[in-house]
Design a protein around this ligand. Sequence first.
Ligand code: NAI
Ligand code: MG
Length: 498
Amino acid sequence: MAVTQAIPMTRHPYADGSYKKMLIDGQWIDAASGKRFETHNPATGELLATVAEGDGEDINRAVAAARRAFEGPWSKVKPYERQGLLLKLADLVEKNFEELSQLDTVDMGAPISRTRGNRLRVLGMLRYYAGQATALHGETIENSLPGDIFSYTLKEPVGVVGAIIPWNGPLAATVWKIGPAIATGCTVVLKPAEEAPLTSLRLAELCMEAGVPPGVVNVVPGYGETAGAALASHPDVDKVAFTGSHITGQSIIRASAGNLKRVSLELGGKSPDIVFADADLDAAVPGAAMAVFANSGQICSAGTRLFVEQKVYDEFVSRVAEFGKKLQVGNGLDPNTQIGPLVSQQQMDRVSDYLDIGQKEGARAVAGGGRLTEGALAKGYFVQPTVFANVQDNMRIAQEEIFGPVISAISFEDTDELVKRANATTFGLGSGVWTTNVSKAHQVAKALRAGSVWVNCYQTMDPAVPFGGYKMSGYGRESGKQHVEEYLNVKAVWIKTA
Ligand code: NAI
Ligand code: MG
């Protein structure tokens, strides 16, 4: 395995060790409590910034600002103007894209090749939602009532949205919540993850520069149990859009009960990635490996249960293991780095525990299996890309979300049986099928209970194509027209005309 030892480090202009305030009502302010927390680079341990630490009081202020904006001038802003704001924001994000990519990289560790590679998707999302802003419409609906009664629907913004995001892709996650809110005329209070709050704050600056009115986008950094919980339970929040773990998702639902707020949840997964013996193995090896190793496995839809047809199991798994061993692991700012650190000590401990659990359960690590601590890596949260062979369906490493660079390779023989086994999980987010047989691809794609099925590819995403979960991977869709609907209410209007 190639390891990046040291990289020339220039200070990021935003993550320069300074203090960052929160954005409420167009003003950059301190937390009501005056508290601050620190955010560090997970590759080096270096302090990047101290950040205003919001809690319930700040959430109250932000929600009040979002409510005033929603009921005030923002409600008069025309679709065309909201579109203009999103296009302006897209241009600003494009202009500052290198800085934003580096900010994601230093704050959460992802390789710069990956954060730069998000360019098309991030800009595409902003411009897609800009397009949606002028495409909102209800319907006229013919009814069967006696007499003359005209019926139609209006689509109206749902109101104040509480957005809670994780750390595994801060720029894209922030855009994914703010974009549809601006497009539909909602207002937002966004709580970034405590592990990586900086890109959301920088994006909020760009929102202000783009001319987004005060109170429409508010960003309150802070911890989940305080700021996040206050947002999820706030009686004046109309909807919560959450991305994160299923455990937190469950507490979001409970917290939402007070005012029965709308909830959309994009949670975790244990996605099956299925390789048939007739697949183009030269494509499937890197495809299946990166379906897990990308972003060090910190992707909700990672294809972590690798089902391989018995006939090619040994060959395929050893090729994936070789691929994993050759990956360049190191500081994300090095353009040659393919795998960065995990985001935090907590994530590293969690993943390390699963590495032990896998060994104890009788799986065999054919690549990786431990931490990486050589030289400069000792200061960061690095884990070896790991491939476990001989994994059985009921092992914990085959059932629980690890959120690290860990593949659990399982063999199968019979296709019908395979589909049952692939679906035997509490989750249903992503899934993959590698085959050259078109009929088989269609059959399996139909049978899998998951929100996305990737055939002969993995993890492709597009602003126009809906993404979301079945089962405990959550509900609601992001991207696509369905996403915009999540931010809209439907009102039926009846008019007696004669
Ligand atoms: P988490 O679900 O605790 O955190 C996600 C967001 O929710 C953060 O902004 C956090 O501050 C907030 N939060 C936490 N507790 C909250 C509460 N009670 N009320 C409101 N908001 C709350 O996830 P965490 O701790 O970062 O990671 C733990 C595990 O969760 C990971 O190992 C992984 O398995 C899974 N996960 C899945 C993600 C996904 O994309 N589906 C993203 C992050 C984590
Ligand atoms: Mg947490």
